[in-house]
Every structure is written in C-alpha cells, then in structure tokens.
Design a protein around this ligand. Sequence first.
Ligand SMILES: NC(=O)c1ccc[n+]([C@@H]2O[C@H](COP(=O)([O-])OP(=O)(O)OC[C@H]3O[C@@H](n4cnc5c(N)ncnc54)[C@H](O)[C@@H]3O)[C@@H](O)[C@H]2O)c1
Length: 372
Amino acid sequence: MLWAPPARGHHGMLLTSSATPGSKKIVGVFYKANEYASMNPNFLGCAERSLGIREWLESQGHQYIVTDDKEGPNCELEKHISDMHVLITTPFHPAYVTAERIKMAKNLQLLLTAGIGSDHIDLRAAAAAGLTVAEVTGSNVVSVAEDEVMRILLLVRNFVPGYQQIVKGEWNVSGIAHRAYDLEGKTVGTVGAGRIGKLLLQRLKPFGCNLLYHDRLKMEPDLEAATGAKFEPDLDAMLPKCDVVVVNTPLTEKTRGLFDKERIAKMKKGVLIVNNARGAIMDTQAVADACVSGHIAGYSGDVWNPQPAPKDHPWRYMPNHAMTPHISGTTIDAQVRYSAGVKEMLDCYFKGKDFLPQNYIVKEGQLAPQYL
Ligand SMILES: NC(=O)c1ccc[n+]([C@@H]2O[C@H](COP(=O)([O-])OP(=O)(O)OC[C@H]3O[C@@H](n4cnc5c(N)ncnc54)[C@H](O)[C@@H]3O)[C@@H](O)[C@H]2O)c1
C-alpha cells in the first residue's frame, strides 16, 4: 500500500488515506468537530469521524479524502476536484457544487448527500454532465419534525426572551406574558407535506390546532383523515388563514424566494414562521424587515443562505427570532442513519447496483419530479 503524507490547506483540516491503483477517489466535506469529536462514539457526521466509513473504504483499496475546507479557489476541496470519482457532501456544511466545479471534475461520477436536500449542488449542471446525485431520503425526517414542534412552541410561548431574562439576571413576567399564547386552537399551515411535513402534522394532531397543508400533491386520504389536516391547493389562499406557517418544501427553482415582500405582506399580521427547509426559500431582507415591523411576530429555523451564515447576516440581528445553526437534521440518531445510508449507496456503486429509487435526485440526466 502506498503512503501519502497528508497535505494541509492553510485554514482547513485534511484527513487523507493512501491511493491504490484502480481505486476510487472519494472526497468527503463535513463540518469539523475539534474538541467535540471524541465526546461521542456515534458523532459520525463530523470531519474527524468521516461517517465512520474510512476503514471500510480503505480495506477495499479506495482513497478517502476528508476536509471541511470548501470555499474559494485555494480550498482543499478544489485541490481534489479534478480527479475525484465521488463527492460526499452534507447540507449542514454545504460544499457548493457549482457548474464551474462540475466542469473541473473530469472523473466525477457520483454526488452523495449525507442527509436530505441537495440544493447546494447545481442539479441541472450535474444532469447535463451525466452525474448521479443521491441523498439519504428519510434519514433525518423525524429529527427535523421534532425540532419544528419545538420551534413552534418556542415562538408561541415567547420562550427565548424569557430565557434571556434569566441569563441576564432579570425577572419580568409582563415582558414575556403580553405576547405568549397557547398553541391549542391556532391555525398551523405547512407549506410542503412530504416526509417531514406529514410527520409534523401527525405530531401536532394532539395539540388541538386547525391543521392546513399546501403541497403539489394531495396526501393519502387515510393520513388526511388521521391528522385532520385540510388540503389547500392555493398557497396564497392558505397563508392569510395561518397563525403559524412551517416551511417543508425543498429549495427548487419554484420555491427559491417564495416568501418575498409581497407574499409576507399577505400573511396575517403577527404570523409566526418556522423554516427548517432552506434559507433561500425566504427573501432574507423581507423577513428581517417584517420582523422589525412586527408583521412577522416570530421567526425560527436552522437554515440560512449562505452557510455558515456570515457574522453580519440580518437574521442574527432581527427582533423576535429563535435561530440556530443548521442542526435539526444532524442529531446523533440522524448521523447514524445517514452514515449507514451513504455506506449502503457506496456499496451499491462499487457493485454496479441501483440505489433505492427514492434516493435519486439526478439519474441518467433526469431530475427528480419535484425539482423540475
Ligand atoms: N434543517 C435540516 O436539517 C433538514 C433536514 C432534512 C431536510 N431538510 C429540508 O426539508 C426538505 C423537505 O424534506 P422531506 O424529507 O420532507 O422531503 P420530501 O421530498 O419528502 O417532501 C417535500 C414535499 O414538498 C413538496 N413540494 C416540492 N415542491 C413544491 C412546490 N413548489 N410547491 C408545493 N409543494 C412542493 C413535495 O410535493 C413533497 O411533498 C428537504 O428538501 C430539505 O431542504 C432540512
């Protein structure tokens, strides 16, 4: 076996393995965990643990390069683009796979997303180049749906300012109570009722809300009856009815900027919005302005445009937000599931077998239907 000393970028970390002739070169881009890497054996999604597949890949003679350094022409990722066969990325620390990068990637065959949501990849360019794009469909949908229930309650109960009071040594019940409500009896609408949206509706059912959903597709009658959710074919007819709106669509050409100034203005004054789907589904400034004016009474989510969010991102500074870094779909449980899913797809790829049909986002030049 050849040994290659690990090359290091100036700011990124790099974990590398040796190459064997005829082997595949697989590159993974994940968030770095530093001092947290050793704190949990199942913390598989970080760069240091690299999905837990290094030994398995190397034992088969493949080369596995892992880095967190993904931006700019001199980053570690760019050094490997020209000869990699497979790129594994994750939405939590997205390596933006632009048309230019795809053009440089002469050997690239497969783009795998460790998680769900492959909008960090130029899907049309990938399709035109004959690449396969696949994700671990379903791997973290429970994680996200649970997180959405938490965010809805955080906003409805005005929790975050109460917590901040305590941390700052204050005590002011009125400061919280004048805008804290019960969730029961409120109208909650999900924009997108796919895997996550459906799990959310099931979880909200016992809260006694009026549940609405908008989607390209009407859901199965059984599930509609079980959740009591009402189908709203026209998004603009649903939004003004909602006290709480949760976004659960992928980021596509149709959903990019869906919530712009005009659409937000048509929503109820005092609406609460939860968005764990993608930051770019919102017009960033329109959301910040509506939070300042009070038209949006609370906004919470874990997705930003771009990621990591720059220090001056307006959502960091707008009032009444409950934002976090991109965390909802990367619980330890989710990491175990999406690591196993990536391994399974790599195994299929090495053996020339198909993946589960629902995992494909781009296959043989075709985009999955909701991306068209
Ligand atoms: N924050 C996180 O950690 C995290 C984790 C997983 C997924 N996500 C995001 O959530 C999204 C949804 O995930 P999912 O597993 O529920 O996907 P899914 O494919 O099961 O469901 C998406 C739903 O959106 C609907 N849809 C698509 N385009 C639409 C449009 N233009 N108008 C109306 N409805 C439309 C689809 O018909 C489908 O029912 C992902 O694409 C990803 O962007 C975020």
